[in-house]
Design a protein around this ligand. Structure first.
Ligand code: FES
Length: 162
């Protein structure tokens, strides 16, 4: 269960239900429905998965299974700033795990979590094609390369202080 209360609005629910009723009965409609739900809510909490299961008349376990299988779906809300530390091979051998640990320590969350104020969410990713800059961390659309664990605090402070 998420540590965050579900804050979906009636308008979001109406929008999702309209999409579902247009798709219901089509083969393979669960994926587009999950994509649309993810677009509307930004993530797929239990409440939204239940709504989808009810509206499509399918077991909740099926919705949950697909939602957790694909990495583009998240069951947790994302932060205002999305941090992603690359753990691809080139970054890893240059100490990306230490960078990730430094971010976890600084924000007091683990990879895959979001801070209680929802300002930051933290994930890892595979090679983002910037191996020459390893180790790489991305905050929103900003790429920080050749990062050391000591520089992490200064990078995060920029966002904390804004
Ligand atoms: S392994 Fe990190 S950018 Fe390629």
């Amino acid at each position: 269960m998420s540590q965050f209360a579900f804050e979906g609005t009636e308008e979001q629910e109406r929008e999702l239900k309209a999409f579902i009723s247009a798709k219901k009965g089509e083969r393979g409609c669960l994926m587009p429905v999950l994509h649309e739900a993810n677009r509307i809510y930004g993530y797929l909490p239990a409440e939204v998965q239940t709504m989808i299961a009810d509206e499509l008349d399918i077991p909740l376990a099926e919705v949950y299974g697909v939602a957790t299988f694909y990495s583009q779906f998240s069951l947790m809300p994302k932060g205002k700033h999305r941090i992603s530390v690359c753990l691809g091979t080139a970054c890893y051998v240059k100490g990306a795990d230490k960078v990730l640990s430094a971010v976890e320590k600084e924000l007091r969350i683990s990879c895959g979590e979001v801070t209680p104020d929802r300002k930051f969410s933290l994930d890892s990713c595979r090679c983002v094609g910037a191996c020459g800059l390893a180790p790489v961390m991305i905050v929103d659309d900003e790429v920080y390369g050749r990062l050391t664990e000591k520089q992490v605090k200064a990078v995060l402070d920029k966002y904390i202080k804004e």
